[in-house]
Design a protein. Structure first.
Length: 320
């Protein structure tokens, strides 16, 4: 058997305005701007990575910010909510912080054994902050003003909106995620252990319409593969059930993609080599990084991509 999958590696979504996206996730949520690169399939577009101080797998939220993207529409076969993990004692802090920053936040009360805050990002992407008693140790961004005891730890998990649970549940079991709880029309699946991002909730609504991709929608979710060898073993296993792509080199990890039976696009990404591959940990995200095959086009890319301003510890630093 391949090395077990322990949880999510990253979640990738679509945004519109790059500067607004950067400001919200670094200044409001206190995440670190881990990497500024480009969409390898559309190099004239940024690809942003946010996470903890080192960009640890399980903490990474990434965006394709297309400045003129229309708003997406949530629907069946898509990620309905992306949830971050904090200690249970931090929920009051985050409710106040979000309200103080003009974010419309709803305290949805208890879900299973957690307290949940629900709110949108500037593009309407539905986010949650989940307070629970076994939150991991923090590795907060060195440039955040969020007190370390309240810092976002990484992902708690995601909620998938599905018409029916059976086929998706069966495939999650192939990946090592088994049902651990149920409340109403919400089923919870988890992998063994307590890694970040090891909760996958299925929200069932047989009457839900189909969504539309756009700003504020999740493009795909990625699970963790321990290394290249494990990924190849998993690819062989997944191919017994679903169509799966060849391995693709994403510089900071290697990826395979497949669509689960309910329609959500899944990825399996390797933990190595990581985000310190091409720049020091101390200055992650401060300069544009592109793969070697795009270096001849760097000047063109820098002219095409919008200028950005990264605010670090209340001091504005230009990274244009």
């Amino acid at each position: 058997m391949p090395t077990p999958i322990v949880g999510l590696h990253h979640v990738t979504a679509i945004a519109s305005d790059p500067q607004r996206n950067l400001d919200f996730y670094t200044e409001v949520l206190g995440l670190r701007f881990v990497k500024r690169t480009v969409n390898f399939d559309d190099p004239g577009t940024y690809h942003f990575y946010f996470g903890d101080d080192a960009g640890t797998p399980g903490t990474i939220l990434t965006f394709f910010p297309w400045p003129h993207a229309s708003r997406g529409l949530s629907g069946a076969g898509e990620v309905a909510k992306t949830a971050f993990s904090v200690p249970l004692t931090s929920i009051d802090y985050w409710e106040k912080r979000l309200l103080d920053n003009g974010v419309l936040v709803e305290r949805t009360g208890r879900r299973f054994d957690e307290e949940v805050l629900t709110f949108p990002d500037p593009d309407g992407m539905k986010l949650e902050i989940v307070g629970h008693t076994d939150a991991a140790q923090a590795n907060p961004s060195r440039f955040s003003d969020v007190p370390s005891e309240h810092a976002i730890r990484g992902f708690f998990g995601v909620t998938l909106l599905e018409h029916d649970a059976k086929d998706t549940a069966n495939f999650l079991a192939v990946l090592g995620f088994h049902k651990i709880a149920e409340e109403g029309n919400r089923l919870r699946f988890a992998a063994e252990g307590k890694a970040l991002g090891n909760h996958i909730d299925l929200l069932l609504d047989p009457r839900a319409g189909y969504g539309r991709s756009g700003a504020g929608s999740v493009h795909h979710i990625a699970f963790r593969a321990a290394d290249d060898a494990s990924q190849l073993e998993w690819r062989e296993e997944i191919a017994r059930h679903l169509d799966v792509t060849p391995v693709m080199d994403r510089t900071y990890f290697h990826s395979i993609y497949f669509r689960e039976p309910g329609g959500v696009l899944f990825e399996l990404a390797t933990d190595p080599p990581g985000f310190a591959l091409d720049e020091p940990l101390e200055s992650l995200g401060e300069e544009l990084r592109v793969p070697e095959w795009l270096e001849p086009k760097r000047k063109w890319l820098e002219q095409r991509l919008p200028a950005l301003e990264l605010h670090k510890a209340k001091t504005a630093t230009s990274i244009a």
